[in-house]
Design a protein around this ligand. Sequence first.
Ligand SMILES: C[S@@+](CC[C@H](N)C(=O)[O-])C[C@H]1O[C@@H](n2cnc3c(N)ncnc32)[C@H](O)[C@@H]1O
Length: 286
Amino acid sequence: MDVAPAQPADDRTPAAARPALRVDVLTIFPGLVESYCEESIVGRARRSGVLEVNVHDLRVATTDAHRTVDDSPFGGGAGMVLAPGPVFAAVELVAPPRPLLLLSPGGGRFDQSMAAELASGPFSLLCGRYEGVDQRVADHLVDGEISIGDFVLAGGELAALVVLECVARLVPGVLGNESSAADESFTTGLLEYPHYTRPATFRGWEVPAVLRSGDHGAIARWRAAESLRRTIERRPDLVAARGGLSEGEVRLLREHGYPLVAVESSGAKRPGSPVGDAALEERDLP
Ligand SMILES: C[S@@+](CC[C@H](N)C(=O)[O-])C[C@H]1O[C@@H](n2cnc3c(N)ncnc32)[C@H](O)[C@@H]1O
């Protein structure tokens, strides 16, 4: 693969023609990242010029015949470590946009709010491999570390693609339907309501009647209630993190037949949170 150093944005380019977001990825497997980024929404956004993705080979500045980027760990132990020399040299040659973020299981947890922050400007991702990256890269080269979860991948490439795709979806013009990112899971602090499509009856399972009623107000209320119900049942930690339920939300749940005693047992209720007294006083429920 031809991996060129990043080209600085041309100031004479009309604003409308400039990509809304630039992301650079440094990896020892540029072909892997590049091929994913040719498909689906990321590929489409690149082709339409909304998104600029530059994939760089971490071996770009190596000078030895084997293009070595790793070495054995000081102190012994299994595996190899990405050495600081080639990594610093690649970053200095490519000069990717900052912040430069290292994918690492020990980094700050990536989530939807971090994605929204990253969507507002250019950034770069550095993929680790082997046993990881020499600590001096983390200490003196990158601007931060990101983890996509409490598990260990073989390399940072899949993690970088997770981050890239999640952020790209939030860039105006990347998704076909602009409203679809706004009410998705986590954006509002809740899980999203369920979706249905045709047929209305599938193997005897019916689509909820309200969705076929044509009453847009009722549909919006049902979706809001379902979003709350799902979040209470599956992720009470999210409800607690936003301070519980408001009185309006408690009323909405009651209106839709949700037994509010379940709110209490789910842990969504916290002392002093709006759900607390309001919900518990309203236990004259179905
Ligand atoms: C095999 S892992 C290294 C794991 C390391 N020895 C440890 O125990 O933390 C190799 C590379 O995969 C990437 N990686 C693995 N799991 C990750 C995760 N959960 N989030 C982000 N990157 C991850 C990082 O770039 C890491 O340097």
